[in-house]
Design a protein around this ligand. Structure first.
Ligand SMILES: Nc1nc2c(ncn2[C@@H]2O[C@H](COP(=O)(O)OP(=O)(O)OP(=O)(O)O)[C@@H](O)[C@H]2O)c(=O)[nH]1
Length: 248
């Protein structure tokens, strides 16, 4: 699919920790950059979700995903941010757990935030969510990466296998926001899921806006003795003047 501009693959991305990766905190035109990876089992609608978010369109059929990177700009709280969204190949589950390729792990390490997608028509994809979340946090050495859980294909009621309540419970247990969406029918919830994630990353990237910093800026600085002295003398001079005026 060539609908979207600025497409490249994960393998082109600099290794985390490298100087090139550090430069990537700033997008085009020096804008702050938010990097989001979209992960989940095969066929849950990851590509459809990303394309819906970027173009507001639903396109029914896609080639199997090879890991494309898409770029666009979004407005978050009055600031224009550059965001990069990395679509990833579907994860396979084996008897002894997740099977993540090195390419996928590299992508997760690269990301500032992750969208974990499952399909309400596929219970196994839901079961994968908890393991995936744990895997993501392990790759970020417990730094609590912002994650949103998205349950897709809500329109397919007749073949639904996962109740929204289950998704909600799981997400709140993991400390994530949760959205049940139908990428095929609605773009609002899709947009909200990405928006919330960008906001969370944006707040994390701006340490100056943390309550800790704000509080310290409210603590009054000690006044210099000279200033105090000046004020006192100014008051004295003023009251002397007032006395002179009233006595006239
Ligand atoms: N009914 C319905 N179908 C959807 C929805 N979202 C995606 N699909 C369909 O689900 C199929 C898989 O969608 P993809 O976006 O290719 O899924 P993927 O997770 O990227 O798949 P892989 O690339 O194999 O990992 C496609 O036929 C989509 O049209 C949805 O909300 N409702």
């Amino acid at each position: 699919m060539r609908l979207i501009q600025n497409m490249c693959t994960i393998s082109e991305y600099p290794a985390p920790g490298s100087a090139a990766a550090a430069d990537c905190c700033l997008g085009a035109a020096g804008r702050r950059l938010v990097k989001i990876a979209v992960v989940g089992a095969s066929g849950v609608g990851k590509t459809a979700l990303v394309v819906r978010f970027l173009t507001k369109r639903f396109i029914g059929d896609y080639e199997r995903n090879a890991g494309n990177l898409y770029t666009r700009q979004v407005q978050i709280e009055g600031e224009t941010l550059a965001i990069q969204v990395q679509d990833t190949p579907g994860i396979q589950v084996h008897e002894n757990g997740l099977s993540c390729t090195e390419q996928l792990n590299r992508c997760i390490r690269w990301a500032d935030a992750v969208v974990i997608v499952f399909s309400v028509t596929d219970y196994k994809s839901y079961e994968l969510t908890g393991q995936l979340h744990q895997h993501v946090q392990q790759l970020h050495l417990g730094a609590r990466l912002p994650v949103v859980v998205v349950a897709n294909k809500a329109d397919l009621l007749h073949i639904k296998q996962v109740d929204p309540q289950l998704g909600l419970q799981l997400a709140s247990m993991l400390g994530c926001s949760f959205y049940e969406v139908s990428v095929s029918e609605n773009d609002n919830d899709v947009y909200n899921a990405f928006h919330v994630l960008c906001k969370e990353v944006s707040h994390k990237q701006q340490p100056s806006s943390t309550p800790e910093k704000r509080r310290t800026s409210l603590i009054p600085r000690p006044k210099s003795p000279n200033m105090q002295d000046l004020k006192r003398r100014f008051k004295q001079a003023l009251s002397a003047k007032v006395r002179t005026v009233t006595s006239v």
